[in-house]
Ligand binder design. Sequence first.
Ligand SMILES: Nc1ncnc2c1ncn2[C@@H]1O[C@H](COP(=O)(O)OP(=O)(O)OP(=O)(O)O)[C@@H](O)[C@H]1O
Ligand SMILES: [Mg+2]
Length: 154
Amino acid sequence: MNPHIRDSAVQFTAQLAATPLGARQARRLAVETLAGWGLPSEGPALIVAELAANAVTHGRVPGRGFRIGLAVRGGVLRIEVVDTRGDRIPGVREASEGSEAGRGLVLVDALADRWGVDRGLPPCKSVWAEVDLGGGAGGRVAGTRDAVGSDATP
Ligand SMILES: Nc1ncnc2c1ncn2[C@@H]1O[C@H](COP(=O)(O)OP(=O)(O)OP(=O)(O)O)[C@@H](O)[C@H]1O
Ligand SMILES: [Mg+2]
């Protein structure tokens, strides 16, 4: 991981169409941006993909787009996906066996250190997730691993 990025502040935003193509673009832009920042992107890109998929299905208002934001500040990567259905607030459902739906936010919950929903200026809401960028204690960024036992005496 790039220590300069982890310790500095950078941000990226993009406004996209609320369509399946827009959701795929969100994921691709996240991968490219995080790679440009020297950060592992696997887990964060999955978070972006799930939140963007939700924005273009559950959070879609015809004719309106959605926005993604990525920012690193204070050793934390913050992902935000803003849609224009501020009247609909997501929640985690029990993912029942055999059910195909309802797993996106369960995945986000597993990959992120924190996530939540903020009401924005009407009609917007922001679904956000934060990933601690390691380099200290507690990082859960995909692609990093603690070198457990690397200096342990056999
Ligand atoms: N951006 C959003 N706006 C409004 N409601 C949302 C939003 N995101 C999620 N929800 C609500 O929360 C529920 C759970 O979302 P989740 O992503 O876990 O499952 P899903 O989208 O229904 O299915 P899957 O992600 O597995 O395809 C959704 O079914 C929807 O009712
Ligand atoms: Mg979903």
